[in-house]
Structure formats: structure tokens, C-alpha cells
Design a protein around this ligand. Structure first.
Ligand code: DGJ
Length: 394
């Protein structure tokens, strides 16, 4: 009796039931309204073509044909999101304002014995193209899981396709058993050691750092390698530029022709200067490198260094930022400098506004590099387009 009445009900109300089903399924398939970006808005949420905030922190860009590929750290929510839970994310764009998520280019490993096991620290990935082997080569700063920032290694991964998947090859400390070309015989053979200094940061200790105290300490096992970038020069030679020697001194190290190893030739830049976050570009034969000081996730004043040869000598100049918050690099830290395709002397300063308590919410600060009196200058802009480069006298 009860079963019969339910059947009757279903028959009587079936037209309404199907109408309801149709309407609700229609709502579900409706595409969300896509936001199209027409400009850069430094420090604001920057959505990709799926309307999701771009997740590519500490990143760099590779141009392939007419497409830009942005690689960066995939961060997750909360404090834990500062360690690598996913890997390196890749986005593509034709206009630099609108980015399509191309997925995970290099995935962290589930294998607890892998150097890049989930939970390691994997920062500042950069990708370059090696024409000799027709491979895309990725370098990144790697800290082994559970060891804080003590490992100070570089990781290398390779792919046949720009968007990946990249295969992790190995991690290492660069230039084991090699002296920097700019270290004198006296400095190389000095017997002054870390044990001679009960206290760090004294005048004597600073002098010893300048004279290669940490180079000698790490000579056998390889030099420390933290914040980093890659640079390919006009002649195809590639360089790994990284914070070494306990973040006290930058190294510029030449890579082999396949970009998979070091030739053993390297120099020290600003010994004891405490620089990290290196970003480099070349204009009219001069190399310009913007760096930051070392204050963890907190921003500080940017520094500028120039040289007429990648091998130096490198000269330090005042902070290239001007205006409000210039002493904090507009609350950001350099990661890469992008030469814009098809525009002459158009360079974009790319920086991160970190949010260590909710890593995924880190923002991007991109600003055009202007030249004044022959040196790069960075000025805050709330919003800008690539048209600004047409008005600059770079
Ligand atoms: C500053 C570096 O530039 C970042 O990449 C990151 O390593 C933080 N330090 C960690 O404190």
C-alpha cells in the first residue's frame, strides 16, 4: 500500500522533478566568469586563466618562441606551505598579463630516500634551454627534509618538453676541490680556520671571511649554494649565480656546455657583503645584478652591482629603488629580471612579497626597470602596462 503511493507520487510529479534536475544541472555546468588581465598590479592577487591566484613563487621565466614560461615554487596554505608539498609549478603566457596553469613541472618525490622528498625545501627554480642537447634544464635551491637550511645544495632536473615533466638528476654543493679564480695564493694557503674565532661578526672574523675562510672550510665537499638564479649569456655560456659561504658571498660559476655540471671556473662577488636573491640582466654590454640583504622572509633594501665582464670586477651602487618604501624594496625581494620580447631595453624586475605565515598568499611585485644617469632605477607603480617602455629613455 505504502509502496504504491510512492510510485503514484513519482508519476504525478515527474515533469517537475525533471525540470528541477535540468535547472540544477544547468547551473552546475555554467562556466565561471573568467577575469582577463589588462595590466600589472604589483602586490595584488594575480589570477591565472582559471581565476586562481598564480602559484609560482621565487620564480623565473624562460621564453620559447613567442611564449613565456614562468616556473616557480608551488606553495600551499599556512606556515607548512613554505616547504615543498607539490614541487615546481609552470605557467605559460603570450602577453605577460594572462597566465595559463601548465601544471607541476617538477614533482616532489614520495620516496623518503629521495633528496626531493615531499617536505624538503625547494626554492627559486630557474629553467634554461640547452641547444646542444635540446633539453630544458632546471636548477633550484634545495634543502634536505628536516635539516633546516643547513644542507645548502643545488638541485638539477631535466626535461625534453618545456612544461615538463622534469626528471630530478642529482643535488650537490658546487665546485668541490676548486678554487675561485679571484682568490690569491696567499688566501688559498692561509691556515686561518673557523676554530680560531670564538665569536662571529668581529672585525677580524669579517676580514677572514673576506679572505676566504668559508671557501677553505668547504673546499673538499663543495661550496654552499642557497638563493640562486641562472644566466645564459649571448655566447650561449651559462652561469649559476648563488648565495654561498653562509650567505656572506655570492658566487658566479660557469656551467659546462650541456648545462648539467660546473666547469670549475668561478668567482666570488662582494665577499662578506651578505647578499642573496640575485637577479641579473645585461644591457649594452654591461651586466647589472640586483640582490637583497639577508633578513629571512622579511624585506630589506635592494642592492645593485655592475660589471663589464661576468668575471668582474663587480662594483656596488646604492639601492636602485626610490620613493616610499624603497628601503624595503616596496615590501618585496628580487627573484628574476625579464627582458621583454620584441621591445628594446625593456626589462621587468620580478620580486616576491613573501607571506611566511600563509605561504600560498605570497604576492608578486613586478616593476619596469627605468634607467637614470646610466643606472637602473625602480619606482613603485600601482598599475602599469608594457606601454610604459615606449616612454622610457632606456
Ligand atoms: C630568504 C630567501 O631569499 C628565500 O628564498 C628563503 O630562503 C627565505 N630567506 C627563508 O627564510
Amino acid at each position: 500500500m505504502k509502496a504504491k503511493s510512492i510510485r503514484t507520487l513519482l508519476v504525478d510529479f515527474s515533469p517537475f522533478f525533471f525540470l528541477l534536475l535540468f535547472l540544477s544541472s544547468g547551473c552546475q555546468t555554467q562556466e565561471p566568469v573568467k577575469k582577463y588581465n589588462h595590466s600589472f598590479k604589483p602586490g595584488e592577487i594575480w589570477v591565472d586563466s582559471d581565476s586562481v591566484h598564480i602559484n609560482a613563487h621565487g620564480g623565473g621565466i624562460l621564453i620559447v618562441n613567442d611564449t613565456y614560461y614562468w616556473f616557480g615554487e608551488h606553495k600551499t596554505e599556512g606556515k607548512r606551505g613554505n616547504s615543498a608539498q607539490v614541487g615546481v609549478q609552470c605557467y605559460s603566457s603570450k602577453d605577460l598579463y594572462n597566465w595559463k596553469n601548465e601544471g607541476v613541472a617538477l614533482a616532489v618525490s614520495e620516496d623518503p630516500n629521495s633528496d626531493i622528498v615531499k617536505g624538503c625545501v625547494l626554492e627559486r627554480p630557474k629553467v634554461i634551454y640547452n641547444a646542444v642537447n635540446q633539453k630544458f634544464v632546471m636548477y633550484f635551491h634545495l634543502e634536505l627534509k628536516g635539516k633546516g637550511y643547513s644542507a645548502a645544495r643545488v638541485g638539477i632536473a631535466v626535461s625534453d618538453e618545456v612544461t615538463g615533466p622534469y626528471n630530478f638528476i642529482r643535488s650537490l654543493r658546487p665546485n668541490a676541490g676548486q678554487w675561485p679564480v679571484d682568490m690569491t695564493v696567499e688566501q688559498r694557503t692561509s691556515t686561518v680556520a673557523l676554530a680560531d674565532f670564538p665569536e662571529w661578526w668581529t672585525e677580524e672574523w669579517m676580514k677572514a671571511v673576506h679572505d676566504g675562510l668559508f671557501i677553505r672550510r668547504d673546499f673538499e665537499g663543495g661550496q654552499m649554494s642557497r638563493d640562486m638564479t641562472l644566466y645564459v649569456d649571448d655566447d650561449g655560456k651559462a652561469y649559476h649565480i648563488f648565495a654561498s659561504e653562509e650567505n656572506l658571498t655570492l658566487h658566479i660559476a660557469e656551467l659546462t656546455d650541456d648545462y648539467l655540471d660546473y666547469t670549475g671556473k668561478y668567482i666570488r662577488v662582494a665577499p662578506g657583503g651578505h647578499n642573496e636573491a640575485p637577479a641579473i640582466f645585461k644591457k649594452d654590454g654591461v651586466y647589472y645584478m640586483i640582490t637583497s640583504g639577508c633578513t629571512g622572509w622579511a624585506p630589506n633594501a635592494a642592492r645593485l652591482h655592475t660589471a663589464e665582464s661576468i668575471w668582474g670586477p663587480w662594483t656596488e651602487h646604492p639601492n636602485p629603488c626610490v620613493g616610499d618604501d624603497s628601503d624595503l624594496t616596496f615590501h618585496s625581494q628580487s627573484t628574476y629580471i625579464l627582458p621583454v620580447s620584441g621591445k628594446n631595453n625593456a626589462f621587468i624586475f620580478m620580486a616576491d612579497r613573501w607571506n611566511p605565515s600563509n605561504a600560498i598568499d605570497g604576492r608578486y611585485v613586478w616593476l619596469p626597470i627605468q634607467f637614470e644617469n646610466g643606472l637602473p632605477v625602480l619606482k613603485w607603480l600601482d598599475e602599469w602596462t608594457l606601454d610604459v617602455f615606449d616612454d622610457l629613455k632606456n
